[in-house]
Write a protein that binds this ligand. Structure first.
Ligand SMILES: C[S@@+](CC[C@H](N)C(=O)[O-])C[C@H]1O[C@@H](n2cnc3c(N)ncnc32)[C@H](O)[C@@H]1O
Length: 241
């Protein structure tokens, strides 16, 4: 048994539970059976269970951070749409690093989601619909100052209609970007999930005005059959002069 990010020990129970669910669902050729089968065969799901992450999404932020290096020791991070908590689990050791170079840097992570999230040591969690009126003010209050990173993995449940899902996620991403404009330190980073589609142009234009670099990235952990990708905007220029 190994120590997990939550400090818990597990012994592969997640995989066993999945196998039981697939066995039970077999014979009913429903989309949920196909989903369970895909989960069972997914190497990232297996790795997440083995390493104690709450979901395979953890590997997406790990891969993005390995490339862009924004979860640095001492960083103050806002994680929007954080449930069940994989991104937060990845952020905790990275922003609170102890080491020769980092000294004894202590970061701060604020996680927000529509859903309740099981506590994560080192993360301040709040249940909130970020699209509610006044939600950004609440986040600013909880943050109590500036942030170095605003990241959003917010996504509504799929409607089954590609264009509708695309427009919904762009709206979530835009709302997250406006929070970033208000709270980021100069030089800060904004990371957000998007689904490819026609409405990205405006978002890219908006981000390019406020950041020195805007990249569109599909990390290896993002499923190749999904239109999901991530926008990583670095070098926040600060408030317009
Ligand atoms: C893909 S999951 C996030 C996974 C997370 N990054 C992790 O690593 O565990 C998307 C999350 O966005 C949340 N979400 C969707 N719309 C939201 C909203 N309006 N406000 C807050 N959270 C929202 C959902 O509740 C869901 O938990």
């Amino acid at each position: 048994m190994t120590k997990k990010p939550d400090g818990k020990n597990t012994s592969g129970r997640g995989q066993r539970d999945l196998k039981v669910k697939v066995k039970t669902a077999r014979g009913r050729k429903s989309s949920s059976t196909r989903w369970l089968q895909r989960q069972l065969n997914d190497p990232y799901v297996k790795r997440a269970q083995a390493d104690g992450y709450r979901g395979r999404a953890a590997f997406k932020i790990m891969e993005l951070d390995d490339k862009f290096r924004f979860l640095v020791p001492g960083a103050r991070v806002v994680d929007l749409g954080c449930a069940p908590g994989g991104w937060c689990q990845v952020a905790v050791p990275r922003v609170n690093a102890l080491g020769e170079k980092a000294g004894k840097a202590q970061g701060f992570i604020l996680g927000v989601d529509l859903q309740e999230v099981e506590p994560i040591a080192g993360v301040e969690l709040h249940q909130l619909d970020f699209m509610d009126e006044g939600a950004d003010d609440k986040v600013k209050d909880w943050l109590g100052g500036k942030a170095d990173v605003v990241m959003s993995d917010m996504a509504a449940a799929s409607s089954g209609h590609k264009q509708t899902d695309h427009l919904r996620i762009i709206a979530l991403c835009e709302a997250a970007a406006y929070l970033a404009f208000d709270v980021l330190e100069e030089g800060g980073t904004f990371v957000s999930k998007v689904l490819a589609g026609g409405a990205e142009g405006e978002l890219q234009k908006l981000l390019k005005q406020r950041f020195t670099k805007v990249a569109n990235v599909k990390p290896p952990a993002s499923r190749s059959d999904s239109s999901e990708k991530f926008v990583v905007a670095t070098g926040f220029r600060g408030a317009p002069g």
